[in-house]
Write a protein that binds this ligand. Structure first.
Ligand code: 2NL
Length: 356
């Protein structure tokens, strides 16, 4: 028995890892291990012998077990020491650089505008940027021969030779989203449709892609008065100061009557301030939705009526943040964004959190 003890104490001392320890445990004190075999022999012994050998075998089993667990924790300690030697952190290293990206003013303004209209019960609707000419023109009471179609400098897609269907267009306004929403949701409805729109136009004040938000509110008794209140409420929230509006009669094929809306402003040495002074700045088009347009959207004009408006997001962003040149929006040098106070994306609370 002493041989057995010396054998295992030696083997345990030499064990190199946890797997070796486990192997030794099975071999020595497992159910079919050497100590168990010896215990089985107890049955064949005389009671006197058994009384001596029984406790001795139990003591041997205990001794081997504690040698096993002592070795196991010694191995774990050694492994930890090894890790601590290699996996250390140099707290004197310089910090990582800040990320360069930042929220784009167009995205921020879109979020600001949608949040304000959401407070007034408007849901956001989106739709395709490549449209059929039905949704972009005909449904909006702009027939094929109408000058508005030519005026809109539309981008047309290409059809395969022999395919005589009318080509798709890049939407020239977000109105098609409103037609699709009327079809899908019916009336009453209150939605705003933000998104990219396209017109073949490029100069100091126009880019071929720009951003628009259109609004639509239909119910049994919605009037121009509701439109005026909603717009004044919007401008006041957006610019953070009360803003007077001025409606000028105007024509758009999709509304009747139609109005262009100006906001109150002042001009001081070349820069414009909204909500003060006695100048006016044209910012949007609006009107009561034309009965033909309601019909195109599957809505009965004898039962429902309402207003619609369209506003350019790019111009709104320039006005609110004093950005003088459209080209800034397409500049890949982001330093100007910080100049105008658009924070890095590393401070995500500013993203959408700065509504009013
Ligand atoms: C502009 C003109 C406007 C609308 C957009 C609209 C949409 C539907 C029906 C009727 Cl589905 N109207 N949208 C109405 C009037 C003007 O935008 O020059 N915006 C900057």
């Amino acid at each position: 028995m002493d041989d057995l003890r010396d054998k295992y104490i030696g083997l345990i001392a030499d064990a190199a890892n946890e797997a070796a320890i486990e192997e030794l445990r099975v071999q020595a004190v497992g159910k079919k291990g050497e100590v168990a075999l010896k215990m089985r022999e107890l049955g064949k012994m005389s009671p006197e012998e058994r009384q001596i050998m029984g406790p001795k075998l139990n003591a041997l089993k205990d001794e081997i077990n504690s040698a096993l667990s002592a070795k196991k924790s010694a191995l774990a300690d050694a492994a930890l020491d090894e890790r601590l030697k290699t996996e250390w952190l140099d707290v004197t290293l310089p910090a990582r650089g800040r990320r360069q990206g930042s929220i784009h003013p167009i995205s921020q303004v879109t979020e600001e505008v949608t949040a304000i209209f959401a407070d007034m019960g408007f849901a956001v609707a989106e739709g395709p940027q490549i449209e059929t000419d039905w949704y972009n023109f005909d449904a909006l009471n702009i027939p094929g021969h109408h000058p508005a179609r030519a005026e809109m400098d539309t981008f047309y897609t290409h059809r395969a030779e022999g395919d005589n269907r009318p080509p798709h267009v890049l939407r020239t306004h977000t109105s098609p989203v409103q037609i699709r929403s009327m079809e899908k949701l019916g009336a009453p409805i209150r939605i705003i449709c933000p998104g990219r729109v396209y017109r073949a136009d490029y100069d100091q004040t126009h880019t071929p892609m720009f951003h628009q938000i259109e609004g639509l509110a239909l119910d049994k008794d919605i009037s121009m008065a509701n439109l005026k209140w909603v717009l004044e409420e919007f401008f006041t929230a957006f610019f953070g100061t009360s803003v007077k509006t001025r409606f000028r009669s105007s024509h758009f094929p999709f509304v009747e009557p139609g109005a262009e809306v100006d906001i109150q402003c002042s001009w001081e040495n070349g820069s414009v301030k909204v909500g003060e002074g006695d100048d006016w700045l044209e910012v949007l088009g609006s009107g009561m939705v034309h009965p033909k347009v309601l019909k195109a959207g599957g809505i009965d004009p004898n039962e429902y009526q309402g207003f619609a408006f369209g506003i350019g997001i790019d111009r709104l962003a320039m006005l609110k943040y004093g950005i003088p040149d459209l080209r800034a929006f397409f500049d890949s040098d982001l330093r100007w964004l910080r100049h105008y106070g658009f924070a890095s994306l590393d401070q995500p609370t500013l993203h959408g959190g700065l509504v009013r």
